[in-house]
Design a protein around this ligand. Structure first.
Ligand SMILES: O=P(O)(O)OC[C@H]1O[C@@H](O)[C@H](O)[C@@H](O)[C@@H]1O
Length: 307
């Protein structure tokens, strides 16, 4: 992808936007939205939502205070896009794994430079779309040709992400993915996720054994689970309640690194596990998807207030 293709096309010159402007954060280009009703920041690398907050509210997303904005480096916090595979390549189903020629987790989209497609603004909403053409440029790590189009919609009610994958290759394309959302909490020990009771999950910390969730998910140390559910969820923290509803997803990843893993994680303060959790809208494990030539699939999440 050439440098120039990532610059705003003439038709999208900054002068035509009222609420959106370019900004450099660290070494990366970003779009910053300052709407009277809300604020948001999207980094072009990774199509990474780094911030979303309705006016006069704290950030709805958690961002690591030690996150680094550097080319080729994943940003710790916000909403990383894991695509076209989720997690450790070796733990993916054979159909997904056979296309991957690297040991890097979570795919290449989160460190690739995406292209701005569209900015639409109104008195109530801002919608921004970015695309990534995963073509032969990525052939050293992955075999396939697919287009990822990610559309963000921001309003005072919350934010929505819709990630559409289209298979541009000739053969069926198997892939896994996740919108790896980091949420803040003032106290992880008083935080719970509702809506997963009765669901089966893979406990990746216990030999990938299958378990059944009883009641809400509480956090008592390191937690890393793939739930076989795409049902609506509520995240309750001491100060906030968020509603999540997914489309095109039958799996949800719930993750908190706990103290030992936190100490090993990049760009993550040792004690930060106490103030964040990830609830990831996914197509992971057995919920991977297969697209025939020309077919598309949309994975989406809507993050809102509890009604
Ligand atoms: O450090 P990374 O690559 O951003 O991954 C963070 C975490 O992402 C989660 O989705 C995985 O379930 C965890 O196993 C992993 O540790």
């Amino acid at each position: 992808m050439s440098e120039s293709s990532n610059r705003p096309p003439i038709s999208l010159s900054p002068g035509q936007w009222s609420f959106t402007r370019w900004k450099t954060i660290g070494q990366l280009e970003a779009l910053e939205v300052h709407h009277p009703l809300f604020q948001a920041t999207i980094v072009l690398q990774g199509a990474h939502l780094a911030r979303f907050a309705p006016q006069d509210e704290a950030d709805w997303l958690w961002m690591s205070p030690t996150a680094r904005y550097e080319p080729g480096r994943a940003i710790r916090g916000g909403v990383p896009v894991c695509w076209p595979w989720f997690g450790d390549p070796g733990k993916n189903p054979p159909e997904v794994r056979k296309r991957i020629h690297t040991e890097t987790a979570h795919g290449f989209a989160r460190t690739a430079l995406w292209k701005l497609e569209d900015v639409r603004e109104s008195a109530h909403e801002v919608e921004i779309s970015l695309s990534l053409d995963a073509n032969e440029d990525f052939s050293d790590v992955w075999a396939g040709h697919a287009l990822a189009l990610l559309t963000f919609s921001f309003s005072v009610r919350g934010c929505q992400l819709a990630l559409t994958t289209t298979n541009l290759g000739n053969d069926p394309l198997a892939f896994s993915q996740a919108l790896h959302t980091y949420f803040p909490t003032s106290d992880i020990s008083r935080t719970r996720v509702l809506g997963l009771g009765g669901s089966h999950y893979i406990d990746t910390l216990d030999n990938w054994e299958y378990r059944t969730q009883e009641g809400p998910v509480y956090f008592e140390g390191e937690t890393d689970r793939i739930y076989e559910s795409g049902e609506p969820l509520t995240i309750v923290t001491p100060k906030t309640s968020r509603k999540l509803s997914a489309v095109g997803s039958d799996s949800t990843v719930v993750w908190n690194p706990g103290p030992e893993k936190a100490a090993r994680l990049s760009d993550f303060p040792d004690t930060a596990w106490q103030s964040m959790l990830c609830v990831e809208t996914a197509n992971a494990a057995g919920d991977y998807r297969v697209l025939n030539k020309g077919q598309s699939h949309t994975l989406g999440v809507s993050i809102g207030r509890k009604a």
